[in-house]
Design a protein around this ligand. Structure first.
Ligand code: G16
Ligand code: MG
Length: 217
């Protein structure tokens, strides 16, 4: 039967984590909060609002709703300015080839991202046309590890959860896939993505024969 291949965006398709980090660091600096690359690990796959809460927590900063809104807007404006010049050189290794292979095999392809900026990013790097379905931060109310984003994607592809395969770089995302009963494939370090059914450092390490097996099973 047809499978649903669901891709996370940040950290799987493109490395936008560095731009998120730059924008959050600028905000943290302005609030005198120490925010390091190590702290940034906690923000992977996490929504914008939740990310701000984590950063404010690091500095024990309390704020009004109005202030928080202002900072969220500021962060996103900075982020948008950093990604403005993004192009296809920022696609992670072998991602395009993997998408092409899955497409040739007639399988469903979806994006399942927490980001509200997912569409313009896919457009900038020239990968938008591969996706039959896009579910992003604008469509869901519950953030990963809640499986809402992936469940919605497989439903839109007309595929059951059992026939869905999720590529994820975050712990929260792997948990979301597992909770939904989907096959979780970690892209990153096995020591971090312990709960993933399979794990690869990147798509260069994933043979097309592995994807063929996923389609057949
Ligand atoms: C991405 C990033 C997160 C970011 C979130 C929201 O998720 O991993 O760090 O906070 O999107 O992004 P935005 O502020 O653009 O709405 P994913 O699910 O693509 O890895
Ligand atoms: Mg991610």
């Amino acid at each position: 039967s047809k499978k649903a291949f669901i891709f996370d965006l940040d950290g799987v398709i493109v490395d936008t984590a560095k731009y998120h980090f730059m924008a959050w660091q600028k905000l943290a600096d302005s609030l005198d909060i120490l925010f390091t690359p190590e702290h940034n690990e906690e923000l992977k796959g996490v929504s914008r609002v939740r990310s701000l809460e984590i950063i404010l927590g690091l500095g024990n900063v309390t704020a009004t709703e109005e202030e928080k809104q202002k900072w969220l807007t500021q962060k996103n404006e900075d982020y948008l300015s950093y990604i403005e010049k993004m192009d296809d050189s920022e696609i992670l290794p072998d991602v395009r080839e993997t998408l092409e292979f899955i497409k040739e095999k007639g399988q469903g392809i979806a994006l399942g991202s927490a980001s509200k900026n997912a569409r313009p990013i896919l457009e900038k790097v020239g990968l938008l046309h591969f996706f039959d379905v896009i579910v992003d931060g604008n469509d869901v109310t519950n953030a990963k590890p809640d499986p809402e984003v992936f469940v919605r994607a497989s439903k839109l592809l007309g595929v059951s959860n059992e026939d869905a395969i999720v590529f994820e770089d975050s712990v929260a995302g792997i948990q979301a896939a597992n909770i939904a009963g989907m096959l979780s494939i970690g892209i990153g370090e096995k020591s971090v993505l312990k709960e993933a059914k399979y794990c690869f450092p990147n798509f260069l390490h994933m043979d097309t024969s592995f994807i063929e097996t996923l389609i057949k099973n």
